[in-house]
Design a protein around this ligand. Structure first.
Ligand code: G3P
Ligand code: MG
Length: 242
């Protein structure tokens, strides 16, 4: 199976993370999919942003969850990257799905170490409204949240994000009934990939920004590569004729 290239937070190099302009560019570049992070605003709207605090990427300060959508939309989310993007506003999940709904893989990462009441329900509802269940992978470092997703919708595809080099990660994912194993690219090796495939688990490496690392993962048969540079991995994939 051909390895899928997934744009990390959009993944279009030269564009600010998790912005509509980056997602449009990812589609234009022919990415197989995109990955992005979701959280809840004070008034319960699902928004696409990585950090729990707005300080790094927005011209404001404090937690996402302490601001309403209206307040957040009054700020910008692109200027931290370059003044060319100062008109970019924080996107809602709905706005992003409108752009990326045609892609093969849509990886929605629930960024919920903090408590976000009904985030899982809201995401699943919107996915159903767009009729894109088959292409969505819901991932999280919070595996309680993934269990909740499974309970709400047993057929939903869930990706277990791991932060450390865990012992027998594919056994863990299999036992919990999750569908894919998402690990830091340096913690993957051929044995883990093969064992995962044997158990019916897909493998996804994040965040791969070096051509040599991408080439190794491709050779080892990884299913998905998450990258900040879609074009770079596309070139490596073409060169390796995989
Ligand atoms: O889903 C892969 C990757 O996005 C996880 O790390 O911190 O970039 O969300 P982070
Ligand atoms: Mg992420």
């Amino acid at each position: 199976m051909k390895t899928k290239i997934i744009g990390h937070r959009g993944g279009a190099a030269g564009y600010p993370e998790n912005t509509l302009i980056a997602f449009r560019k990812a589609v234009e570049l022919g990415a197989d999919g995109v990955e992005f992070d979701v959280q809840l605003t004070k008034d319960g709207e699902v928004v696409v942003i990585h950090d729990e605090f707005i300080d790094r990427t927005m011209n404001g300060s404090g937690l996402v969850k302490n601001h309403t959508l209206k307040e957040l939309k009054e700020m910008n989310v692109g200027e931290f990257f370059s003044s060319d993007f100062k008109e970019e506003k924080i996107p809602t999940l709905k706005e992003v799905l409108e752009i990326v709904k045609g892609l093969e893989i849509i990886n929605i990462e629930l960024k919920n170490y903090l408590s976000y009441p009904k985030l899982e329900e809201k995401v699943l509802k919107l996915v159903d409204q767009f009729k894109i269940r088959d292409k969505v992978i819901i991932s999280s470092f919070n595996h309680y949240s993934l269990e909740k997703v499974k309970k709400l919708q047993p057929a939903a595809k869930t990706g277990a994000l791991l932060m450390s080099k865990m012992i027998n990660p594919s056994d863990y994912v299999f036992k919990r009934g999750f569908n894919s194993l998402h690990m830091h690219f340096l913690t993957f090796d051929q044995k883990i990939i093969e064992k995962s495939h044997f158990m019916g688990i897909e493998t996804c490496a994040y965040t791969v920004n070096y051509p040599s690392a991408a080439a190794d993962l491709l050779k080892n048969g990884i299913d998905m590569i998450i990258t900040d540079d879609i074009e770079m991995v596309q070139k490596v994939r073409e060169k390796n004729d995989i």
